[in-house]
Write a protein that binds this ligand. Structure first.
Ligand code: NAG
Length: 350
């Protein structure tokens, strides 16, 4: 293993030396000949450091670029993202950005590969009445064994399925059962009748509707995730491991109602995640840099109102190497909330 790793690395270095010459040549063409010449050594050492970082990135995330052009293209985007990360982090925000799996993509590509195109505004059907704050100052369902390990949706707009399984896993556990990882692929393949569109998007409430209609959902192990649209396997779909009886839409744009709900169990939410707050997120609390046009389904597993700023603890489905071991913290605020987090919360009832 170690041998093959070193081999790959050596050939990668050779390859990138050629790419570096290409990048320098490009810098000259766009009119910086004099500057590049007079600062030759400094320029090359910055480029070498960035190249080194790019190779580390390629090794960590198993990135393979088929052609020299692709390598150069990715390296250029990576350098733009590095520059953005450095400038952002130098401003001392509560959020810290960093290099992750998505650092060789620009926003447009990131959005098209990882986010959902369909996230319509909710027509609230199952709204609860709001009764004032009853919740404790902080909650973390991970410490109570109600949350499965962070999963990875891959290049499929199935976030909504991961948000659905996450809240059902929590509800099922808190109803007195063993924590069991549930099948997103079943939701992707089998819930079209409820309005979901597999890798092209869906809604958590429509996921709950399917689970109710199907009288349950099977396990991740029985119906594993493929990150592709597939034909519903009705045999597997009938081998249910957890059930729910109904679901509740939490009052929209009301962080107190949301806090009460999260104190009860993990809650499915929708956010806008197509800006750099999410793509390059590393740690800390997001207080801005995202809008409220919902395009991503995730799961609130807790909050801390004693922190400054107070935040929601959110489980994402982009693997454990993204963010804080797969999690992101989002500031608790009024109205639609940061990233629109207060707009569409809902949870299943066992
Ligand atoms: C559906 O699942 C059953 C049970 O696991 C399996 O035997 C069968 O081959 C699957 N059908 C298809 C079409 O994959």
């Amino acid at each position: 293993m170690l041998g093959s790793y070193n081999e790959n690395r050596t050939s990668g270095w050779k390859k990138s030396t050629i790419a570096i010459i290409g990048v320098v040549a490009m810098a000259c063409i766009i009119g910086t000949v004099a500057i590049v010449r007079s600062n030759d050594n400094k320029f090359m050492s910055i480029l070498n450091a960035e190249e080194h970082e790019f190779h580390e990135f390629m090794a960590i995330y198993n990135k393979v670029y088929a052609t020299e052009e692709e390598f150069t293209h990715r390296f250029r985007i990576f350098r733009d993202n590095l520059a953005y990360i450095r400038v952002f982090n130098s401003m001392g925000d509560t959020m810290v950005l960093g290099v992750n799996e998505f650092a060789d993509m620009d926003f447009i590509e990131f959005r098209s590969k990882y986010l959902t195109h369909r996230f319509p505004e909710r027509q609230s059907e199952n709204g609860e009445t709001f009764e004032g704050l009853t919740a404790p100052t902080s909650v973390d369902w991970r410490t109570k064994g109600a949350v499965t390990p962070v999963k990875n949706q891959g290049q499929c707009g199935s976030c909504w399925a991961f948000s659905t399984t996450g809240s059902v896993e929590g509800a099922w556990f808190l109803a007195g059962h063993t924590l069991v990882s549930l099948s997103e692929q079943q939701l992707v393949d089998c819930s079209r009748a409820q309005g979901n569109m597999g890798c092209n998007g869906g809604l958590m409430d429509d996921g709950f509707k399917y689970i109710i209609a199907n009288k349950g959902i099977t396990t991740e192990a029985n119906y594993p995730y493929t990150a592709k649209d597939g034909i519903c396997n009705k045999t597997k779909a009938a081998q249910v491991a957890a059930t729910i009886s109904t679901y509740t839409d939490v009052t929209a744009n009301n962080p107190t109602a949301l806090q009460n709900a999260v104190a009860q169990q993990p809650v499915s939410i929708a956010v806008e995640a197509d800006q750099n707050a999410w793509q390059l997120y590393k740690s800390g609390v997001v207080t801005k840099n995202c809008g409220t046009n919902l395009d991503h389904g995730v799961l609130i597993v807790g909050y801390d109102t004693t922190a400054s700023p107070p935040y929601w603890i959110v489980k994402n489905s982009w693997g454990a190497s993204w963010g804080m071991e797969g999690y992101i913290e989002i500031e608790i605020s009024s109205g639609p909330g940061v990233c629109g987090i207060n707009k569409q919360p809902s949870y299943p009832v066992v």
